[in-house]
Design a protein around this ligand. Structure first.
Ligand SMILES: [Fe+2]
Ligand SMILES: [Fe+2]
Length: 352
């Protein structure tokens, strides 16, 4: 097998660009053109996955970048036929997705998921307990850095980095709703309707989120290059869990925990915004979510988690999704805090 490929960061990017270049080609044509290339492509993706699993940060970044680009393609309405549905592209996607989840599973202490209580209310308290005792809960990135030290450019970067989840939360809900019924379907529907600003275009949450881009003059072009591997992973994990029916329990845990962590986190963002005297229009989204996401989380736990937690399969999946969210978010915030501290100390050095 050819191993010269992926010898350096440029060759990773070339490979990711090569696959991205098929996106605008109709699926059947992609598969026809690549029929003789399959072995090389699969071997390259496996190499990226193996290196990422072994701790290679460059490989991890390009693994997540490729997956993020594929997800961008499958969640955007194209101007013509595209590669959605290509068998080869699906194979590449599945390899990336499996490797992404296998990596998350390695962060779960063996036996944790299996320790989930069987009774509904006890299960719910246990899930909340997992979060409260987790280092991600009231993480110093929010409670100290964002709250007390972040400057306008830090908030600007923060908003870009959060866009892969906040910027498409409505689509995530729409995808995960398929196949549900009863109180779960209703809860997702009412959460979705809130996302839609309860029918008022100017209050649609993604529209309010985009208002922050205007404050900071953020353009579409700079989005991808501002993302770290962990930013990409956060968006990829959310989309991955919502798009497959077989990962529904994990999506329940993952999105429920996402909602539950928001009010506390956003209180710190609002504090920073007010401390810096930034334009009010940019903070509406966060102000709204401090209140609404505590309602969403309570509704989610009561109407989705409780009625779903009826079998070990469901409870373990919900627990796994919860832990994927807590663990990945903790690593993400650790990394951001470290970067913020490094930046602050280099700013201080320059002043001395
Ligand atoms: Fe929202
Ligand atoms: Fe929400």
């Amino acid at each position: 097998m050819e191993q010269t490929v992926l010898a350096d960061p440029e060759s990773y990017l070339e490979f990711v660009d090569e696959i991205s270049s098929w996106f605008s080609v109709p699926a059947a044509e992609v598969d026809r053109k690549l029929s003789g290339e399959r072995a090389r492509l699969i071997a390259s993706v496996e190499l990226i996955n193996d290196r990422a699993a072994a701790g290679d940060r460059t490989a991890f970044y390009y693994q997540q970048l490729l997956l993020a680009r594929i997800y961008g393609m499958v969640t955007t309405i194209p101007h013509g036929r595209n590669a959605e549905g290509s068998v080869v592209l699906h194979e590449v996607t599945r390899l990336l997705e499996d490797a992404t989840l296998a990596a998350e599973n390695r962060f779960i202490e063996p036996g944790t998921v299996e320790a989930a209580p069987k009774e509904g209310k006890a299960f719910l308290s246990w899930i909340k307990g997992l979060a409260r005792s987790h280092r991600v809960f009231k993480h110093p990135y929010y409670t100290e850095f964002i709250n007390q030290h972040a400057q306008a450019d830090d908030l600007r970067t923060y908003v870009i980095q959060e866009s892969l989840v906040d910027g498409r939360f409505d689509d995530l809900l729409a995808m995960m709703q398929i196949g549900t019924d009863g109180p779960s379907k209703l809860e997702i529907a009412s959460n979705f309707w809130d996302e839609m600003g309860n029918g008022k275009a100017e209050e649609v949450h993604t529209h309010l989120f985009n208002k922050i881009y205007e404050v900071f003059d953020i353009t579409a072009d700079e989005m991808e290059s501002a993302m770290t591997a962990s930013d990409l992973l956060a968006g990829n994990l959310a989309l991955l869990l919502c798009r497959y029916r077989s990962l529904y329990p994990e999506a329940v845990g993952f999105l429920g925990m996402t909602e539950w962590l928001v009010p506390d986190r956003f209180t710190n963002v609002i504090r920073a915004w007010e401390r810096l005297g930034l334009p009010d229009v940019g903070i509406t989204y966060h102000r709204l979510h401090v209140t609404i996401d505590s309602v969403h989380a309570a509704g989610w736990f009561h109407n989705i988690v409780l009625p779903s937690a009826t079998s070990d399969h469901m409870r373990h999946g919900i627990a796994r999704g919860t832990l994927w969210r807590l663990n990945s978010s903790a690593r993400h915030l650790d990394e951001r805090l470290e970067q913020a501290r490094a930046k602050n100390s280099s700013d201080t050095d320059r002043k001395v």
